[in-house]
Design a binder for this molecule. Structure first.
Ligand code: HEM
Length: 303
């Protein structure tokens, strides 16, 4: 592969990794498992192209006499790409590390985003246009096909190999999240944003309903504890998931009770976290007030 072809391949792979990485935040259903698979496979592709690049430039980097204005950028990019790769692979292998109060996946997000930004700025300032010979020809085709096949093989083998060595990574969900306190009542981790510690609800905390509805006001406690149930999985982008038998009131029943007439609903939590959806969406939603302790396993409930 030509030098320029290698650099463009790296930039493209990083761009795709950042894009698929960001999409993972919105990919919660099994139909979107391909986003995670693609992300992992692209990660392997970066390793291969980095080895090519390393073979070409290591002598220049190892000799300070040959450093120029671009060396600092190159070293920073290398540190970020190695950090993103290491945190990604360690996470998927099952390492449970916290650094400076942040979990491994939080670090991965930050390193990945910083790398994406750096590559973008560099491409805007200095990128040289790819030439025809950088992207065509038998060598380029074989190299690209080899990386693609290797990446898919890596993706296929990764979980079985983790299972073989007994790594925790084999037990992670397709989203990369690890299980935490499923069916164990309210023992699930409490979080609403990165590395925060949501405070307890104060005694007498009330839920109020306002906006376009016939009967706005404070919702009485007995309405919230209606005994409606839903077995559902909460999968946090911070890297844990919990499947619980949640209890509370169906959101649709609450909206019917207050005579909601608008075309969308916005739910705002005590911590300030908010989310909006169309008025028809809450038919299957539950405003949960607690999670039941249950001796059923997630498998036993078919959740
Ligand atoms: C903001 C950008 C990014 C986000 C939000 C993100 C998110 C994620 C998530 C959620 C996982 C866990 C998936 C799993 O365990 O299967 C993951 C894994 C991984 N990420 Fe990223 N990522 C980003 C950028 C990057 C970049 C730039 C690279 C490489 C340079 C990278 C390389 C990897 C690797 C190698 C894995 C392990 C994949 C596996 O073994 O299956 N990520 N990333």
């Amino acid at each position: 592969m030509t030098a320029r072809g290698t650099d463009w391949s790296l930039a493209l792979l990083v761009a795709l990794l950042v894009a698929t990485g960001l999409i993972t935040a919105f990919a919660g259903t099994s139909g979107s498992a391909w986003v995670f698979a693609l992300h992992g496979a692209l990660g392997f592709g970066v390793v291969v192209v980095l080895v090519w690049k390393g073979r070409r430039v290591w002598r220049r980097v190892a000799d300070p006499a040959r450093w120029d204005g671009r060396t600092g950028f190159g070293l920073l990019a290398a540190a970020l790409v190695l950090g993103a790769l290491a945190s990604g692979f360690l996470w998927s292998g099952g390492a449970d590390v916290r650094l400076g109060g942040f979990g491994l996946l939080n670090w991965h997000w930050a390193l990945g985003a910083a790398l994406g930004l750096l590559v973008l700025v560099h491409a805007l300032l200095r990128a040289k246009r790819p030439r025809v010979r950088d992207v065509t020809g038998r060598r380029q085709l074989f190299a690209t096909a080899g990386v693609a096949v290797g990446a898919v093989a890596f993706w296929q083998l990764q979980r079985p190999v983790s299972a073989l060595f007994g790594f925790r990574g084999a037990r992670r969900r397709f989203t990369g999240s690890y299980e935490a306190a499923s069916f164990a009542g309210n023992a699930f981790p409490a979080t609403s944003w990165v590395a925060d510690h949501p405070r307890e609800l104060p005694a007498g905390h009330r839920v109020t309903v306002g906006g376009r509805c016939a009967r706005p006001g404070v919702v009485p406690a007995e309405t919230l504890d209606a005994g409606d149930e839903l077995v559902a999985t909460l999968d946090c982008t911070g890297g844990f998931y919990v499947t619980c038998e949640w209890q509370g009131v169906r959101l649709a029943a609450l909206l019917d009770r207050v005579g909601a007439t608008g075309d969308h609903v916005r739910v705002i939590s005590h911590t300030g976290y908010r989310w909006s959806f169309s008025i028809d969406a809450p038919r299957g939603f539950l405003l949960a007030t607690y999670a039941l302790w249950s001796s059923f396993t997630p498998e036993g409930r078919g959740a």
